[in-house]
Design a protein around this ligand. Structure first.
Ligand code: SF4
Length: 324
């Protein structure tokens, strides 16, 4: 039976009450990801946004299987990844790929571009000889590079080109799902749109599903079908991208939205920047209550005592807030 979400779309990935805690010594626990749930439909993108340290990258890495979850479940096509056999784990490592934040650090400087791109194909014994070379040529062209680049080294390329190499490496094993971990934040603004457009084009062509992690809300809008907003390990709001941009409901999302730069003068006149004040709550051994309470102008007593659960505001639009 097909797995469908609330909007009756086919689900590829389901994350249920995911927790990833780190022991930070002296009996203290950092709750990097705390009770996070979402689904991503086939061929779609969930943009996961929030300030640095909110747990979005830890969430992506736990979904990838790079970290073992402290609690909760990650289901790909209905299968719990913590219960995979060794053979299935090997298959999972092919089905799920990652594009990293820093194209400078994520490519081995001693390897040729051809060998970097073929790394996954080689691990999984997918091609050899002429077929392998042909496949690398195809991938180079797919990401907008040339055949001649096959024998070059990463340092000979610009940041944008290196990220294209990283994308080719991820695509090489024919994944279904890619975690894009801030893939544009280390790039010049002029190059960011090119990389986003390439990812959108590849998604359409190969029916790829993305978890797109970012702190830049303006770029996330162009690629995301849904947006999830994280704050100190918690998912504060999630919904269809257009709905979140038009009607952000959570006070934290509203503040994030207000900080997106606008080009249009009329829009600028109507835009009220919300400046967050107050101390940031520590995610180490946090108390019950809303993690955002110390910075929220709407906070009431209940906010400091009871942790708000996600509730549905509108079809497919959820927030974790007592008041809004
Ligand atoms: Fe603000 Fe309370 Fe809502 Fe948290 S639960 S965002 S503190 S109003």
């Amino acid at each position: 039976m097909e797995n469908k979400d609330v909007l009756n779309k086919e689900v590829l990935l389901e994350v249920k009450n995911l927790k990833k805690y780190f022991n930070v010594g002296k009996g203290k626990t950092l709750k990097a990801v705390d009770d996070v749930s979402f689904v991503i439909n086939k061929g779609e993108t969930l943009g996961l946004v929030g300030e640095s340290g909110c747990g979005k990258t830890t969430c992506g890495r736990t979904v990838m299987g790079l970290y073992e979850a402290t609690g909760g479940e990650v289901l790909l096509e209905g299968k719990d990844i913590s219960k995979l056999s060794n053979k299935e784990k090997r298959e999972y490592s092919k089905t799920v790929q990652m594009i990293f934040q820093d194209p400078y650090a994520s490519l081995d400087p001693r390897m040729t571009v051809g060998d970097i791109i073929a790394e996954g194909m080689d691990i999984h014994n997918m091609y050899s000889g002429d077929k392998r070379v042909k496949k690398i040529y195809e991938l180079l062209e797919t990401v907008g590079l040339n055949k001649e680049h096959i024998s070059r080294f990463p340092h000979e390329f610009s940041g944008g080109q290196r990220q294209r190499i990283g994308i080719a490496r991820a695509l090489a094993v024919k994944p279904k799902f890619i975690v894009c971990d801030e893939p544009i934040s280390a790039l010049d603004v002029s190059i960011q749109a090119q990389v986003i457009n390439l990812l959108i084009e590849l998604q359409r062509k190969h029916n790829l599903t993305y978890l797109f992690i970012a702190h830049d809300l303006s770029m996330v809008r162009h690629i995301s079908d849904k947006i999830g907003v994280m704050y100190l390990g918690k998912l504060m709001e999630i919904g269809e991208s257009n709905e979140i941009y038009k009607n952000p409901a959570h006070p934290y999302t509203q503040a994030l939205m207000s900080s997106i730069p606008v080009m249009d003068e009329d829009e600028l006149e109507h835009k009220n920047r919300i400046v967050l004040e107050g101390e940031i709550t520590s995610p180490i051994n946090p108390k019950e209550g809303c993690m955002f309470a110390s910075r929220c102008k709407y906070a009431e007593d209940v906010c400091r005592k009871v942790t708000p659960k996600l509730r549905e505001l509108d079809k497919g639009h959820f927030i974790a807030c007592h008041i809004k």
